[in-house]
Design a binder for this molecule. Structure first.
Ligand code: DCP
Ligand code: MG
Length: 439
């Protein structure tokens, strides 16, 4: 099948996150954006508010005139980014070929995944369901042979849509649409087309290319190709790594904590080494633990400062393992460690303000890296200092001890978030002032 490009676009994204965090907002007209008393604009209007003519980029004051009963909410960028990350994590469960377009949309190239997941349309349904389960939100999906058609398709049946354009249906779907649906047709281009009496894609497709070139110059061919459903841009995956991790499935479930520590130490050394190779530091360390019945949980900790030092990451990872073992030990089928919240390291230079303990650790790391580079991974490993407190190096790992169970099973995750949100509301962190009615 040629239709291997998927475009996913979240529905009423900022408003949907607000509804997710406060279900009392569901079904209500919402305007998320800037202050109506200043020159604030609408970032998004919920579908209920769109019925009154409100839309993105409209001055907030005007939107309120159109829909006075709307609830106006301020922009909570950090929260939308957090949910966006969950959505992109779902994409990564289906393909590494992900091209992000914005906070709420991406292209996925599914070519070659049929053997693993079945037909692309079926996979698209699974992606929609996984986004609903893991992020609690609805999205619209377009499936087509190329990026232009996939993006156009995802917009055709919003909200909660799924539209397939095949090579057989291109013209039936494109022809009646206004030319403003073509990628790159703004008001100026639309005016030019108007001079040629071209208002629909069918009219454009049927106009001789020569005539188009006389009026539109170089861009004529681009629009003519789009009107015919042709686009050969590739999906360009975002190459910046978002996480570095190492995991291992055991032939027999492992039930010895010392054995697990040994595996984790190896994994941590490899992860930290890969971080240094990429000149990156990480702020969050996450353990993945899978039990014999496939229940998968994770525990994470956020460090005070980003680091690429093995000893600091090991301290975080081994503490997490110990805390888990103390409270809910089970034999493990799989153990893994991942670091996230990556950022470039400070050029590998040791800061003047760095403590001598930290400098020593960095020297140790570079010496170990050199040995591994020359003689391979198994050439050297550090000792597990557990129980030898006097040997423990006093590193300045100021852990903002935020150990939290991030994942349980996928199903329980959404439920947990709802509980957390209810918690937040109760503790008043989401202040009443954040939701203000403006009349
Ligand atoms: N956004 C913004 N300013 C704009 C347009 C959008 O801040 N001028 C933000 C708010 C949107 C988010 O980006 O929620 C995603 O943009 P979309 O164009 O995908 O719009 P929505 O997701 O809100 O709605 P739709 O269901 O039409 O995709
Ligand atoms: Mg959207």
């Amino acid at each position: 099948m040629d239709e291997s490009i998927i475009h996913v676009d979240m529905d009423e994204f900022f408003a949907a996150v607000e509804k997710l965090d406060d279900p009392a907002l569901c079904g209500k007209p919402l305007l998320v954006g800037g202050n109506p008393r200043g020159r604030g604009v609408v970032c998004t209007a919920s579908y209920e508010a769109r019925k009154f003519g409100c839309h993105s980029a409209m001055p907030m004051a005007k939107a309120i005139r159109l829909c006075p009963q709307a609830i106006v909410l301020p922009v909570r960028g950090w929260r939308y980014r957090e949910v966006s990350e969950q959505v992109f994590d779902v994409f990564a469960q289906f393909t590494p070929q992900i091209e992000p377009l914005s906070i709420d949309e991406a292209f996925l190239d599914m070519a070659g995944t049929e053997r693993l997941f079945g037909p692309v349309e079926q996979t698209a349904r699974r992606i929609k369901q996984a986004i609903r389960d893991q992020a609690g939100l609805a999205c619209s999906v377009g499936i087509a042979p190329n990026k232009f058609l996939a993006k156009l398709a995802s917009d055709l049946e919003k909200p909660d849509g799924l539209t397939v354009i095949t090579s057989d249906t291109i013209h039936t779907i494109l022809d009646p649409l206004p030319i403003s649906k073509l990628w790159g047709v703004g008001p100026a281009a639309a005016k030019q087309f108007g001079k040629l009496n071209i208002r629909t894609i069918a009219q454009l497709r049927k106009t001789p290319l020569k005539l188009l070139k006389e009026t539109l110059g170089n861009s004529a061919e681009h629009f003519y190709r789009l009107a015919n459903g042709l686009d050969d841009r590739m999906v360009q995956p975002d190459s910046r790594a978002k996480s570095i991790g190492q995991e291992q499935t055991f032939t027999l479930d492992l039930s010895e904590i010392d054995e697990l520590r040994r595996v984790l130490l190896q994994q941590t050394q490899q992860v930290a080494r890969r971080l240094r190779k990429h000149d990156m530091s990480a702020k969050t360390v996450t353990l993945k633990l899978r039990y014999g019945d496939f229940t998968t949980i994770s525990r994470s900790i956020t460090l005070g400062d980003p680091t690429d030092v093995t000893e600091i990451i090991w301290k975080a990872a081994s503490d997490l393992l110990q805390q888990w073992a103390d409270s809910s030990f089970h034999p493990l089928r799989l153990l893994g460690v991942t670091v996230t919240q990556l950022q470039p390291s400070a050029g590998g230079q040791m800061s003047l303000f760095e403590s001598s303990a930290s400098k020593k650790l960095k020297k140790l790391d570079s010496a170990m890296d050199e040995i591994v580079d020359r003689f391979g991974d198994s050439a050297v490993t550090r000792g597990d200092a557990k129980g030898h407190k006097e040997k423990k190096l006093k590193t300045e790992n100021r852990f903002a001890t935020e150990a939290a169970e991030v994942t349980e099973t996928t199903k329980r995750k959404t439920e947990n978030r709802r509980l957390r949100i209810a918690d937040l509301k109760e503790t008043g962190k989401r202040k009443n002032g954040a939701v203000h009615r403006l009349h």
